[in-house]
Design a protein around this ligand. Structure first.
Ligand SMILES: NC(=O)c1ccc[n+]([C@@H]2O[C@H](COP(=O)([O-])OP(=O)(O)OC[C@H]3O[C@@H](n4cnc5c(N)ncnc54)[C@H](OP(=O)(O)O)[C@@H]3O)[C@@H](O)[C@H]2O)c1
Length: 331
């Protein structure tokens, strides 16, 4: 064991209460969707995890299918937990999910109890853990009765394989139903994980209101729009960037001239605020108290550090907010 966590790690991070629960999450959490798979360099991911923990990031988010190949991000975390973080398990919040395609046949996808229970067992084996802190239904399944999916979450929580349960990508009406069923079963929903950034605003149409009213946290994924809301693409598409990689969902075609014009304008405002664009994009999400945490990705320690410095300046003037809205409204 050659890693000793920084004793100062809790001095700079903010911890926000997750809805009306007892659990606090760091304002910035780290996701292992990209950059931590079998195709990536283990030592790079390991260095990011260590630096994150040293800077007070206590929450690490996974899913059964993160990689590529699927499952390899959980294996990577399992290795790092064993090598570096074994003494710190009680200081970490580790989440995983099931809901997207994981294995062949009718039991490796969507929202049946059969799939969710088997998938979490496999995730725990890959990570070498007895339990995760949060287990999510990764997406709403239109064919499985919602009662069954929620019963699976309730069962998993009662078995102690997850301390808390959550949902991800559920629409407002689906969320309301899920919360109701979970409450009836005696299991609260802790958190909703939803895509939210300056470029992806759907949660503002009802979901945030429901979560605020019900005391459920929101963790915002892809808060930097996979790197668009940073300086990454200001001077073209770097070879080592997500948009240049064959796997993944950000395509070169997403980086249009119209987007770049907006990104440059947003970058200018960030500079005037004394921030990087990434920092401003994260601060912009955290201004809403219903957003418990922003769930970033990072391919280097430098990106992680840049993002964490968003916490140095979270306030916005009304004029800045209006200018940002005007830029985002431009097509
Ligand atoms: N529930 C769901 O359905 C769902 C779906 C997607 C994601 N998620 C979760 O959300 C997490 C984050 O998603 P995401 O990776 O799309 O988040 P993101 O923070 O929007 O994008 C991360 C990417 O942006 C670039 N980047 C980050 N910080 C930067 C900086 N300071 N300067 C320049 N570039 C920077 C890097 O791209 P390069 O790689 O090009 O360097 C990095 O890989 C995932 O790991 C996962 O845990 C959940």
């Amino acid at each position: 064991m050659d890693y000793l966590a920084n004793p100062q790690r809790y001095t700079t991070m903010r911890y926000n209460r997750c809805g009306k629960s007892g659990l606090k999450l760091p304002a910035v959490s780290l996701g292992l969707w990209h950059n931590f798979g079998g195709v990536d360099v283990y030592e790079t991911g390991r260095a990011i995890l260590r630096r994150a923990f040293d800077l007070g990031v206590t929450h690490f988010d996974l899913a059964n299918n993160y990689g590529p190949p699927p499952g390899s991000a959980e294996e990577m975390l399992g290795k790092a937990l064993k090598q570096d973080f074994a003494p710190y398990r009680d200081e970490m919040i580790i989440s995983t999910k099931a809901g997207y395609t994981m294995w062949d046949g009718p039991y490796g996808d969507w929202g049946s109890k059969k799939y969710l229970v088997a998938s979490l067992d496999a995730s725990l084996r890959r990570m070498g853990l007895d339990y995760v802190d949060i287990f999510y239904s990764h997406r709403f399944d239109p064919e499985t009765p919602l009662e069954e999916t929620m019963e699976a979450l309730d069962l998993i929580r009662r078995q102690g394989k997850a301390l808390y349960v959550g949902i991800s990508n559920y629409r407002p009406d689906q969320t309301e139903q899920a919360l109701k069923i979970l409450n009836q079963l005696g299991s609260r929903c802790l958190i909703h994980q939803a895509k939210y950034s300056m470029y992806e605003r759907w949660v503002e149409n009802g979901l945030l209101d429901i979560l605020g009213r019900e005391g459920i946290g929101l963790i915002a994924f892809s808060p930097l729009a996979q790197g668009l809301l940073t300086n990454r693409y200001l001077a073209g598409v770097p070879e080592d960037s997500r948009a240049a990689k064959p796997h993944g969902f950000l395509q070169k075609a997403d980086i249009t001239e119209a987007k770049l014009k907006q990104i440059r304008a947003l970058h200018d405002i960030a500079q005037q605020r004394g921030q990087s664009l990434a920092q401003m994009a994260l601060a912009w999400l955290l201004k809403d108290a219903r957003v418990t945490s922003v769930l970033i990705g990072a391919s280097s320690v430098a990106q992680l550090e840049d993002n964490l410095r968003s916490l140095d300046r979270l306030d916005f003037s009304q004029q800045e907010l209006t200018t940002i809205e005007n830029i985002l409204a431009e097509k």
